[in-house]
Design a protein around this ligand. Structure first.
Ligand SMILES: *[C@@H]1O[C@H](CO)[C@@H](O)[C@H](O)[C@H]1NC(C)=O
Ligand SMILES: *[C@@H]1O[C@H](CO)[C@@H](O)[C@H](O)[C@H]1NC(C)=O
Ligand SMILES: *[C@@H]1O[C@H](CO)[C@@H](O)[C@H](O)[C@H]1NC(C)=O
Ligand SMILES: *[C@@H]1O[C@H](CO)[C@@H](O)[C@H](O)[C@H]1NC(C)=O
Ligand SMILES: *[C@@H]1O[C@H](CO)[C@@H](O)[C@H](O)[C@H]1NC(C)=O
Ligand SMILES: *[C@@H]1O[C@H](CO)[C@@H](O)[C@H](O)[C@H]1NC(C)=O
Ligand SMILES: *[C@@H]1O[C@H](CO)[C@@H](O)[C@H](O)[C@H]1NC(C)=O
Length: 858
């Protein structure tokens, strides 16, 4: 499912870089020779800057291998399929080389002077080259005064006895010795590096200090007089003891970032043979100014008391992916400057008030992916600088509090409801919970300063009352996908949920089972730019459904039949794939819009296809012709002589149309008034007949208020003396206590007509459907139509047809629709009155209103 609104969320897809030239060739600056079966360096232009020769069969490189390439900056000569020999001053013809990559070669012979002459070399890659200690001992790198990065990882180096010339490599910043066999490292070996400041030094994956016992008294501090920005000693199998001895040994050396991931410190779950780190483990780092400590991916089960006490400068502590289940009292004591604490992916089950004691400056605590089921009330209360708390993917069922911070992540828990306490936040993430009641949504929408609210994958469906939303809320992005808003809205409540969201820019309502949009539900969303209605069950969109300034709309995977293109004019992009288009002439405005619009249409043409008629099923709308739908057009373009007449007629016609559309309600009132004046008090005679009631009004009790306002007040004599009908309806005329069926039967047989007001509620009310069947029964026995069906609300033909008794009726008879425009109501009531008065023997004439235009479908 493509979420195009991501475009608005600032997600930018970066196309992968593609070389502009074909393989095994060169242009002015770049020569690309990967996988070209070369056995020697090819001839390239002297303007070449990048020469890429990896994956070939080059066996030897000597001084004469390369032509003089003054411009060359990058040479890749790695991963040759044959062993390679590199001779004396092999790269002398490349005086300005910056990067030399020889990685993944089997170097059979490397001359000690191989790299001489590369005075501008910045980076030398020698990883995975089968090199031994000799490469360090014998001064291979002397004179490389620009050398900054040296990669010697994945080789056969056992000891780091550095040649004295390392002392002169004044640019050297980063050295990678990971994946070698350096079992021990003492002060004497790194002497040439003393006094240097390195940004990166890696000794990871060397089994360093863990397989042989070290006499630290003799070995002393390998990093004496050095400043290391990052020291990586990961994956060396370090226990708490080794770590402790190492920290003590390097005491005083500056190490700003210590990476010790994949260690074996800690007892793990259910074991006791290896100790958890304790107060002594990191004590030796007291004077090392450690700012970042990464201890992730280990087996720490218990965070012991005062564990980090000496790390006063620490700002980032990563304890993710351990087995932490216990946090001892004062575990974080002393971390006065800590800002980010990462304890995700551990085994925490509960949090206590005392757990984070001492973290006075912590701003971000990451606790996702634990098993936290309960949090003591004041756990986060005294963390005054806290602004982000991540509790995603835990086991919280209830919360008694939510800290007042700017971003709170609670997704992936089991929350059923939220505590109604005062709250401020910019971002609240609550997806994948079990929230059910719309009250929680209304509550969250009131949170001051809230900008992003993420509530997808909940169960929002029930609406008890419609609380009044406030004005001008700050919310900008609202994610409500994968809920069940249909259930809430079809009760007729909570239609005002988006009221006041005048700053909202992005709204996701995908996968909510929606088969209608409440009228005006988006009317306040004047700032809305992106709306996703993806994967619902909408069959129509009407012009007032969409917010005015919408730019991107996703209505894919709905059941739109014949969309009106006028809806989409304001858009810049639209996804309308996977709908159920009915390919009949009514669709031609949409087809021609689709053919020439400037709006970006997402998806492939094949996904915008017909569902009906069968002959066109699965055919793309782009390949359908609208020929034969234009007959009216042909008529219009008759002879010019007809044109004048036509124009005049048209003008008159349009005037009348205008008057009728704009003032038809008023005209009708005038007409009725005139009629009354002319005929004085001669109401069209209603000859007395045998019926007790004029009509039995059958409707769902949930619609009572509406019926009372819309119909009863204008028709029933008891509501007003002006009214002329004696109506029957359950709320007033049914005999209390008597069998309901008997009441219905009685009403059906003692009324001249039966008027069924078929609404959404009606269709769900068993009694109403029962009454409808009875009324039909009477139709049959009277061989006439006493049943008048009025469809109220936006019910589709399909929804009506689902009910057996109504299907029978709809197929044979015509029915009325309650008018959408208020000014038509008077006229409609008049028509309805005539129908009620109409004599039964008369053949029903076509005086029904707004016949289903979609009748072509059935
Ligand atoms: C390299 O040699 C292999 C095997 O002979 C051949 O399949 C391949 O096409 C050759 N590649 C080039 C770029 O010549
Ligand atoms: C490149 O070679 C051409 C002759 O083929 C020569 O005229 C030119 O000066 C050379 N340019 C450089 C930068 O060496
Ligand atoms: C740590 O140092 C102490 C004292 O020097 C020594 O007894 C112990 O064996 C060392 N532990 C390890 C694992 O090297
Ligand atoms: C914490 O660590 C987890 C796992 O490595 C990572 O996904 C998450 O982004 C980290 N959190 C922070 C705040 O760095
Ligand atoms: C709406 O809120 C914005 C800030 O969020 C404020 O600048 C603006 O004045 C408010 N408008 C009204 C009508 O309250
Ligand atoms: C689409 O437009 C082209 C020219 O702009 C026209 O030839 C073609 O008939 C149109 N197709 C439809 C289905 O309107
Ligand atoms: C599409 O854009 C072109 C150029 O900007 C413009 O001339 C044309 O009228 C536009 N078409 C529509 C349907 O907006």
């Amino acid at each position: 499912m493509g979420d195009h609104l991501d475009l608005l969320l600032g997600v930018v897809l970066v196309a992968s870089p593609v070389f502009g030239i074909s393989p095994c060739s060169f242009d002015g600056q770049m020569a690309l020779y990967h996988f070209c079966n070369l056995t020697q360096v090819p001839q390239v232009l002297n303007t070449t800057e990048k020469l890429l020769l990896s994956f070939n069969y080059i066996r030897t490189v000597t001084t004469s291998s390369f032509p003089f390439l003054e411009q060359l900056l990058l040479l890749e000569l790695g991963a040759q399929y044959t062993p390679i020999t590199i001779d004396k001053e092999a790269f002398r013809n490349l005086p300005n080389l910056r990067i030399l990559d020889l990685g993944k070669n089997q170097i059979d012979f490397l001359h000690p002077d191989a790299f001489q002459g590369l005075s501008h070399l910045f980076e030398l890659r020698l990883f995975s080259c089968g090199l031994s200690d000799v490469v360090l001992k014998d001064g291979y790198f002397r004179n490389l005064k620009s050398l900054t990065r040296l990669d010697l990882s994945i080789n056969q180096i056992h000891s780091l006895h550095l040649h004295p010339s390392f002392q002169e490599l004044s640019s050297l910043k980063s050295i990678d010795f990971s994946f070698n066999q350096i079992r021990t490292l003492c002060e004497s070996e790194l002497k040439p590096l003393q006094g240097k400041m390195l940004s990166f030094f890696s000794l990871a994956d060397n089994k360093l200090y863990s397989t042989i016992s070290v006499d630290w008294g003799k070995c002393m501090n390998p990093f004496r007089d050095m400043v290391l920005e990052t020291l990586d000693v990961s994956s060396n199998g370090w226990t708490a003891d080794i770590t402790g001895n190492f920290s003590n040994a390097i005491s005083g050396s500056q190490i700003f970032s210590l990476i010790l991931v994949y260690h074996i410190m800690g007892s793990g779950f259910g074991f006791h043979n290896i100790k958890d780190p304790d107060q002594n483990t990191f004590a030796g780092l007291a004077r090392s100014s450690v700012i970042r400590l990464d201890l992730s991916h280990g087996f720490i089960f218990s965070l012991n008391s005062r564990l980090f006490e000496t790390l006063k400068d620490l700002k980032f502590l990563n304890l993710a992916h351990n087995k932490i289940n216990k946090i001892a009292d004062k575990a974080f004591y002393g971390l006065d400057n800590l800002q980010i604490l990462n304890m995700s992916y551990n085994l925490l089950g509960e949090l206590y008030n005392s757990n984070f004691y001492g973290l006075t400056k912590v701003a971000y605590i990451d606790l996702q992916k634990n098993h936290i089921g309960i949090i003591q009330y004041q756990t986060f209360r005294f963390l005054e600088k806290l602004n982000t708390l991540d509790l995603r993917d835990n086991a919280l069922k209830t919360l008694s509090f939510i800290p007042r911070i700017s971003a709170i992540f609670l997704g992936g828990n089991k929350l059923v409801t939220l505590p109604k306490i005062s709250l401020t936040a910019n971002l609240i993430h609550l997806s994948e919970n079990r929230l059910e009641n719309m009250d929680d949504l209304y509550f969250l929408l009131q949170v001051p300063h809230l900008q992003i609210l993420i509530l997808n994958q909940n169960r929002l469906s029930s609406c008890n009352r419609s609380p009044t939303p406030s004005k001008n809320l700050s919310l900008e992005k609202l994610f409500l996908g994968e809920n069940m808003l249909q259930l809430a809205w079809e009760t007729g409540l909570c239609w005002d949920v988006f009221k006041g969201l005048s700053h909202l820019q992005i709204l996701y309502l995908n996968n909510n089972y929606l088969n209608f949009l409440p009228p005006g539900v988006f009317s306040d969303l004047t700032a809305l730019r992106g709306l996703s209605l993806n994967s619902n069950r909408l069959t129509v969109l009407s012009s007032d459904d969409l917010p005015a300034n919408l730019e991107i709309l996703d209505v894919s995977r709905n059941q739109l039949l014949v969309p009106n293109p006028d809806l989409f004019v304001s858009l810049s992009a639209l996804d309308i794939t996977h709908n159920k288009f009915i390919c009949v002439c009514e669709l031609s405005p949409f087809l021609s819009w689709l053919n020439q619009t400037n709006v970006t249409i997402f998806g492939s043409p094949a996904d915008i296809s017909c569902t009906y008629p069968n002959s066109l099923s699965e055919i793309s709308l782009y390949s359908i012709s609208t020929e034969g739908c234009d007959e009216e057009e042909v008529l219009k373009s008759l002879k010019f002589s007809l044109f004048i007449l036509f124009t005049v007629t048209l003008t008159v016609f349009l005037m009348s149309v205008f008057i009728v559309t704009k003032f038809r309600g008023f005209c009708f009132i005038c007409y009725k008034t005139t009629q009354r004046l002319v005929f004085k008090d001669h109401p069209q005679g209603t000859e007395p007949d045998t019926y007790k009631y004029d009509a039995y009004l059958c409707f769902s009790s949930k619609d009572f208020e509406w019926v009372q306002n819309a119909l009863l007040k204008h028709l029933d004599t008891q509501y007003s003396d002006q009214n002329r009908f004696n109506l029957c309806f359950e709320e007033r005329d049914f005999v209390p206590g008597e069998n309901h069926i008997a009441n219905i039967q009685d009403a059906v047989w003692s009324s001249r007509k039966i008027v069924c007001l078929v609404s959404r509620h009606f269709l769900r009310d068993g009694w109403c459907l029962e009454a409808f069947s009875y009324a039909q029964g009477r139709c049959l026995s009277d061989l006439n139509s006493v049943l008048i069906m009025v469809v109220v609300g936006s019910l589709s033909q399909y929804q009506l047809m689902k009910h057996q008794s109504i299907r029978g009726f709809v197929q044979k008879q015509q029915y009325l629709r309650w008018p959408e425009d208020l000014q038509d109501v008077g006229w409609f009531l008049n028509k309805l009155s005539q129908q009620i008065l109409k004599k039964e023997k008369e053949k029903k004439k076509d005086n029904s209103i707004q016949l289903q235009t979609v009748a072509t479908i059935s």
